[in-house]
Design a protein around this ligand. Structure first.
Ligand code: FAD
Length: 524
């Protein structure tokens, strides 16, 4: 945790303000009387080298951008005050909210600007950071809160959100700025489809409550908006009764066509309140790199490892279909039958179905075990040259031939998880900023590489080759957690949404202050 000046005296305050102003080249006075003067946040503005260092890096360990200062806010007004200060300056400086810094390409950084360390808000919420409504229908959650804390707090009331990410140590504001996807998305939509209302501080320092009915333009802009329109300080998340346990199943395929056909069949049962539907569906590749488990999850019983490994060696790639069915006391006697019905007739390799029965919370927090293991081996704080893509259903077979078989197998460097699973477009809302392919079903493919500090280039080269193949083959791919370096690439990425995206930027952050690390409007 970054440290502020220990004794925030009047003189320290004056020193920091004048230093920050001179560093930023600021001369103009503030004039917004509704907001506290900047003096109120000087003891929260840190120039401490350890705070600066921490704000200069992220989970990717690829980009380093050094801010001039770090704000450790204790209130929403502190954040508004900082934005107001920049907005009213003759030369505005950039400001990036940093959630948990789990971006991989510097998206939460602000070169020569100020990083807002959102986690510092947690200490000052006095237990109000996650508030469950009396009827258990929604939770009001601070943008700085981690999803793991949202899970634990809501479970105490017997309820929980329905849409998750695979890994829960991410902030609410961070995932809502992207999408927030996982195996629940086919049925419940991404996390951005599961928000009733938000409080957002815009790039003009206005604190705005927005929802589909109130200030809806800002609401839809901020969801999947890559932090461009405002800092999310509260989100109202719908809750439903939480299942007690899950049946967790993995089935292995050597035939990609059968694998995707079965995935698509299973996600066709997707009614939000359809008790026959699965609670979760994902998929991944298994390739010949030692154990069939990886840092993301260990699942297969060790006694079956030899048979799985020999199947991988025979076929070079095995496709793993992973599903979950929720159950509780009312359904514990029928869940096995339901599952049997659902999985009847699927074309996985006979003898290659594996099952676990675990608590709902244990399932949702499954990746943390992998994190702890990777950390203990020194394999967590390493470069992560990730590539996440959305592929239209009509192109997924070509993608398998050209990328999984043609590039990934040939280069033979991929050791980390490669995810591949479909989603239903109708569960997304096109008014939001998030960009997805046009087809009704599209796949997400995630290459979640870890590399050494010396061999990252090989993974970057592979990523480039994959993108080049997609471009030349006309696959119509869209990046998730996108990373581009030129404006033209961003315009191409947003496609028909670009005009709206740009117009919303002019409306809510006309001085281009927010989230410069995305390099959309600050890409010089
Ligand atoms: P940061 O990296 O801190 O910020 C991301 C962006 O959002 C930045 O532009 C930042 O300025 C902006 N931002 C941060 N907070 C706010 C706020 N309150 N208001 C407005 N803008 C804000 N994603 C998935 O969808 N599904 C997954 O299953 C998944 N698994 C992951 C597993 C791991 C191990 C990791 C490292 C990442 C994973 N991600 C996943 C990606 C993750 O959702 C994004 O990287 C997300 O941005 C991380 O959240 P964060 O809190 O660390 O955000």
């Amino acid at each position: 945790m970054a440290v502020s000046f220990p004794i925030p005296s009047y003189f320290t305050a004056i020193f920091i303000i004048s230093r920050l102003m001179s560093i930023m080249g600021i001369s103009k006075h503030l004039n917004n009387k509704l907001l506290p003067p900047l003096d109120n946040i000087t003891d929260k503005l840190s120039l401490d080298p350890s705070a600066i260092e921490s704000a200069s890096q992220d989970f990717g360990h690829i980009v380093k951008s050094i801010p001039k200062a770090v704000l450790q806010p204790s209130s929403i007004a502190d954040i508004a005050s900082l934005i107001n200060f920049s907005y009213n300056s003759s030369i505005p400086f950039t400001i990036a909210a940093k959630g948990h810094g789990h971006s991989v390409r510097g998206q939460a950084m602000a070169n020569d600007g100020v990083v807002v360390d959102m986690t510092s808000m947690k200490k000052h919420r006095n237990g109000t950071g996650i508030w469950v409504s009396n009827d258990g229908v929604y939770a009001d959650v601070g943008g700085e809160q981690l999803w793991i804390d949202v899970l634990n707090a809501t479970l105490k009331h017997g309820v929980a959100p329905v849409s998750w990410t695979d890994y829960l140590y991410l902030t609410v504001g961070g995932t809502l700025s992207n999408g927030g996807i996982s195996g629940q998305s086919f049925r419940y939509g991404p996390q951005i489809s599961n928000v009733y209302e938000m409080d957002v501080i815009t790039g003009k320092a206005e604190i705005v409550t927005c929802s589909p009915n109130k200030n809806s333009e800002l609401f839809y802009a901020a969801l999947g908006g890559l932090g461009q329109f405002g800092i999310i300080t509260r989100a109202r998340i719908p809750l439903e009764p939480a299942p007690k346990r899950v049946k967790w199943i993995r089935m292995l395929y050597n035939d990609f066509t059968a694998f995707t056909r079965d995935q698509e069949l299973l996600i066709s049962i997707n009614g939000r309140h359809d008790s026959h539907a699965l609670g979760y569906l994902e998929g991944s590749l298994l390739m010949d790199h030692g154990s069939p488990d990886n840092w993301r999850s260990s699942f297969f019983p060790p006694k079956h490892h030899p048979k799985i490994t020999s199947s991988i060696i025979n076929h070079r790639i095995i496709y793993c279909l992973e599903v979950v069915k929720h159950y509780d006391y009312q359904t514990q006697n029928t869940v096995d039958k339901e599952l049997e019905q659902l999985l009847k007739g699927l074309s996985y390799m006979p003898g290659f179905m594996f099952e676990k029965d675990v608590l709902y919370a244990e399932f949702l927090n499954r990746v943390q075990r992998g994190e702890l293991k990777a950390r203990s081996q020194g394999l967590w704080d390493v470069p992560h040259p990730w590539l996440n893509l959305f592929i239209p259903k009509s192109q997924i077979q070509r993608f398998n031939d050209g990328v999984f078989k043609g590039i990934v197998l040939e280069r033979n460097i991929t050791t980390g998880p490669v995810l591949v699973y479909p989603m239903n477009r109708k569960k997304w809302d096109d008014r939001m900023s998030a960009v997805i392919p046009d087809e009704e079903i599209f796949y997400t493919v995630g290459f979640l590489h870890s590399s050494g500090f010396d061999d990252r280039e090989a993974f970057d080269d592979q990523n480039k080759e994959i993108l080049k193949f997609c471009e030349e083959a006309g696959i119509g791919v869209k990046q998730y957690l996108p990373h581009f370096t030129s404006k033209d690439e961003w315009v191409h990425h947003f496609g028909s949404k670009w005009e709206t995206f740009q117009q919303r930027k002019f409306q809510f952050d006309p001085k281009m202050i927010l989230s410069p690390g995305q390099r959309i409007f600050n890409n010089n």
